[in-house]
Design a protein around this ligand. Structure first.
Ligand code: GAL
Ligand code: ZN
Length: 660
C-alpha cells in the first residue's frame, strides 16, 4: 500500500451529480485515499434491517475509477433517531443521572446491550457488504472513540459493568473495602451490588473509587472497539483497522487501544493548539500531540484529519496564512506521519460544522487552500515514500501515563495543576532545544534512552520502581519530579516511609515537607541567576544528592529545589517544583544539551526521521516572519532553493549520511 495523501469526504452531503467533479479535482490534487461514512448510519440503514449501501458503493466505485481508494468508518458515532426513539435508554447519562439527548452526535452509551445489538446488526451487514471490495483498504471504528464521553456514561448498564469489572479485579468485597479505604466516612460495602458509579454526591468523592472508574471507563472503550473490530476482522482479515485518536485526550488509554490497531491515526488541528502557545515555543503543542501518537504503538502513523483551513463550530479560528497549511502538514510528517488525510474535502453547507472549513469552500470553486494543498502533495510524495516507517530514533524520552494523569486529575493539588501541562514544561524545553523526544508508556523499554524524564510519578509500584532503579544503575540519566512515590496504585498514600518512597536512595534525598503555591511565587537561584517556580515546592532534605539549584525565598530559602545524585553508573535528578519556561530551559541545557540537533531562533524547530544510512531533518519555521537558521555542515538540501533566510512558515528538508 503506497498512500501518502487523502481527504475526508462526505459524498452524502452533496448531489450525486457533483461527485465526479470532486473526484477529478481530488485526482488532480494528488489524493490517493478518502475516508468516508463514519457519520452516515441513517443513510445506510433508514429502517431497521433495510440496508442501503448502494450510494456508498457508487461513491467508492467512482473514486476508484480516478485511482482513489477508500477507508470506511463504521458510522456508530451517531445512532439514527429511529433507534433513539425506540430505545431511549441508550442515550448516555451524566453524573447527575440526566440523559443527554439526540441532536448532536455521540449520543450513545457504550456498554448498553440494546445499543450493542444495533451496532452488531449494522456492523455485520456493513462489513459483510464492503469486505470483498478491493477499493476499501481499511476501517476506522466509529470516530474519535472517547470524544464527548469524558464523564459519561453513568447509566445503570455502565454501573453494572463497573461492578463486574470491580469484582473481577478485587475478588471479594472485603478486598475492595480495604483497598478503597472505605473506613473513611463510613463508605464500607457489604456486597458489589451496593457500588455505584461516582455520580454527583452531596460532597466529595473517594479518590480510589474515582481512579477505578476512570480506568474502567477507558477499558470499556477499548472493549467497545474490540467488539466492532472482531466483526470487521471476521469478514475482512486482510484489511487493517485504525482509529483517529486525539493527541493528549485522556478518556481512553491510547497505549491499550493501540494494541487493537494495525497502526494509530490522529486528528491534528494546530489552530486549536496554538492558542496555548507562548512565542518562544511556537509549534510545540502540535509537536507534542504528534509525539504521543507516535508513542502509542512506537511506530509511524496516519493523520486521519489534518487541518486544512479556518475552523470552528460557533466561533472560528484565524485563517491559516499562506504557507501555514503546508507547514502544519509537514510538521505532522516530521514527527512521524506517513500519510496525511486532510479534513474535510468541502466546507459543509449545513450542520454544526459549517465553519469547520475544507479544501474546497462552500461555493465548490477551488481557491488558495486547494492550490496550497495540491502544491504540498505534488512536492512531497517522493520524500514521503522514502521516509515511510522511519522513526526519529530519539535519545530522550518522557514517560506518559494515563494512570498518573487520572490520579492527578482527581486531586490536582494546585487548582491550575494539570498532568499534561506539567509534562509539557519538560517537553517544551526539549522542543526549544531541538532535542528529539519520544513520549512512551511506563511499560516501554527505557534502556534505549540516554535521558528519561518521568514527571509526576505520583503512584508507584515495586515493578516500576525497579525499572527506574535499573535504568539509572545501568548508566541512564533519569529525571524524577515533585509528587513522586506519594501513593500506591490504589491511590492510597504511602504511610510506611517518607517521600519520595522507594526511590529515595536513587535520587539520594527525602521530602519531609512541601508547600502549595497559592497566591504565592517562589524564587529559585541557579548559578547566581534567579528564576520563578510555580504551583508547588518540595522541601528537600538531601542524603547523598547534591543541590543543583536552591529556593531563594520562603521559609525553605537556601534548601535545594533541584538536585542530582550519582547512582550506579548513572544519575538521577529530582525537580521539586513546577518549572517556569526560563527555568525549564536552563534545566534542559543542563541535562540534555548534547542531544540537540542544533540551535534555532524561537519558533523554529528541527526534527528528524532516521533511515539506515540517511537522516532526514525537517526545519520548520512557525513564525510569521523570515528567520536565519544555521544549518550544520554535512546536511544536504533535499529541495532546491532552500536559501536563508527562511520564509515565514517555511519548511526546509535536509539529509545527512549516517552509519557505515
Ligand atoms: C474531529 C472529528 C470530525 C470533525 C472535526 C471538526 O474531532 O473527528 O468528525 O468533527 O473534529 O469538528
Ligand atoms: Zn451507560
Amino acid at each position: 500500500m503506497n498512500i501518502q495523501f487523502g481527504v475526508d469526504y462526505y459524498p452524502e452531503h452533496w448531489p450525486v451529480q457533483r461527485w465526479e467533479t470532486d473526484a477529478k479535482l481530488m485526482q488532480a490534487m494528488g489524493v490517493q485515499v478518502v475516508r468516508m461514512a463514519e457519520f452516515s448510519w441513517f443513510k445506510m440503514e433508514p429502517e431497521e434491517g433495510k440496508f442501503n449501501f448502494a450510494w456508498l458503493d457508487q461513491a467508492i466505485e467512482l473514486l476508484a475509477s480516478y485511482g482513489i481508494k477508500s477507508v470506511l468508518g463504521t458510522p456508530t458515532a451517531a445512532a439514527p433517531a429511529w433507534i433513539i426513539e425506540r430505545n431511549p435508554e441508550i442515550q448516555p447519562t451524566d453524573p447527575q443521572g440526566r440523559r443527554r439527548h439526540f441532536g448532536g452526535r455521540h449520543h450513545n452509551c457504550q456498554s448498553n446491550e440494546v445499543y450493542r445489538a444495533h451496532v452488531k446488526r449494522f456492523v455485520n451487514a456493513f462489513a459483510e457488504h464492503f469486505a470483498p471490495n478491493p477499493n476499501v483498504i481499511g476501517w476506522q471504528v466509529g470516530n474519535e472513540l472517547g470524544n464527548s464521553h469524558n464523564e459519561l456514561c453513568m447509566c445503570e448498564s455502565c454501573e453494572k459493568r463497573f461492578r463486574e469489572w470491580l469484582e473481577k479485579k478485587y475478588g471479594t468485597i472485603e478486598e475492595l473495602n480495604r483497598r478503597w479505604g472505605t473506613d473513611f466516612w463510613s463508605q464500607g460495602y457489604q456486597n458489589f451490588a451496593q457500588i455505584q458509579a461516582p455520580k454527583l454526591t452531596v460532597t466529595g468523592v473517594n479518590p480510589s473509587q474515582m481512579l477505578d472508574w476512570k480506568r474502567f471507563h477507558s477499558d470499556l472503550i477499548v472493549e467497545y472497539h474490540q467488539f466492532q473490530s472482531k466483526i470487521l476482522r471476521h469478514y475482512a482479515p486482510d484489511k487493517w483497522i485504525t482509529q483517529n485518536m486525539m493527541g493528549f485526550a485522556e478518556t481512553v488509554d491510547y497505549f491499550e487501544l493501540g494494541k487493537d490497531l494495525e497502526f494509530s491515526s490522529h486528528d491534528q488541528y494546530p489552530s486549536m493548539n496554538m492558542v496555548r502557545e507562548k512565542p518562544q515555543y511556537l509549534g510545540s503543542e502540535g509537536a507534542g500531540q504528534l509525539d504521543i501518537i507516535r508513542g502509542t504503538k512506537e511506530q509511524t502513523f496516519w493523520i486521519m484529519e489534518q487541518q486544512t483551513t479556518l475552523n470552528g463550530w460557533y466561533e472560528v479560528s484565524r485563517r491559516p496564512r499562506p504557507g501555514q497549511i503546508h507547514l502544519w502538514a509537514m510538521q505532522s510528517v516530521a514527527h512521524g506521519a506517513d500519510t496525511i488525510v486532510f479534513f474535510r474535502w468541502r466546507s459543509c453547507a449545513f450542520g454544526t460544522e459549517q465553519y469547520w472549513e475544507g479544501v474546497i469552500p462552500h461555493s465548490g470553486i477551488p481557491g488558495r487552500v486547494y492550490d496550497e494543498i495540491k502544491g504540498f502533495m505534488h512536492k512531497n510524495g517522493t520524500l514521503m515514500q522514502e521516509i515511510k516507517g522511519l522513526m526519529p530514533q530519539s535519545e530522550a524520552a518522557i514517560v506518559f501515563s494515563y494512570d498518573q494523569e487520572y490520579a492527578i486529575d482527581i486531586q490536582p493539588h494546585h487548582p491550575d495543576m494539570k498532568y499534561v501541562d506539567h509534562l509539557m514544561t519538560y517537553y517544551r524545553a526539549l522542543y526549544r532545544q531541538n532535542i528529539p523526544v519520544d513520549l512512551i508508556s511506563d511499560q516501554s523499554d527505557f534502556s534505549r534512552y540516554k535521558l528519561l524524564v518521568a514527571p509526576l510519578q505520583y503512584m508507584m509500584d515495586p515493578v516500576l520502581e525497579e525499572k527506574y532503579r535499573t535504568y539509572v544503575k545501568n548508566g541512564g540519566t533519569l529525571v524524577l519530579t515533585m509528587r513522586t512515590g506519594v501513593k500506591d496504585r490504589d491511590n492510597i498514600c504511602d504511610s510506611e516511609r517518607p517521600l519520595p518512597g522507594g526511590l529515595a536512595d536513587v535520587v539520594g534525598l527525602k521530602v519531609y515537607d512541601y508547600d502549595c503555591l497559592r497566591q504565592l511565587q517562589v524564587k529559585v537561584a541557579w548559578d547566581g541567576k534567579e528564576y520563578i517556580c510555580d504551583k508547588w515546592c518540595d522541601v528537600i532534605t538531601p542524603d547523598t544528592a547534591e543541590a543543583v539549584a536552591c529556593y531563594a525565598s520562603e521559609y525553605y530559602k537556601g534548601t535545594p529545589a533541584i538536585t542530582v545524585n550519582v547512582y550506579g553508573d548513572g544519575k538521577a535528578y529530582y525537580v521539586g517544583t513546577e518549572m517556569t519556561p526560563d527555568l525549564a530551559d536552563r534545566f534542559i541545557t543542563e541535562v540534555g544539551a548534547e542531544l540537540s540537533l542544533g540551535e534555532t531562533p524561537d519558533g523554529v524547530e528541527i526534527t528528524r526521521r532516521m533511515g539506515a544510512d540517511k537522516a532526514y531533518y525537517f526545519v520548520l519555521n512557525h513564525n510569521g516572519k523570515e528567520q536565519m537558521v544555521n544549518i550544520p555542515e554535512g546536511w544536504q538540501s533535499y529541495y532546491e532553493g532552500q536559501t536563508m533566510p527562511m520564509p515565514a512558515y517555511g519548511v526546509y528538508v535536509y539529509t545527512e549520511k549516517v552509519g557505515k
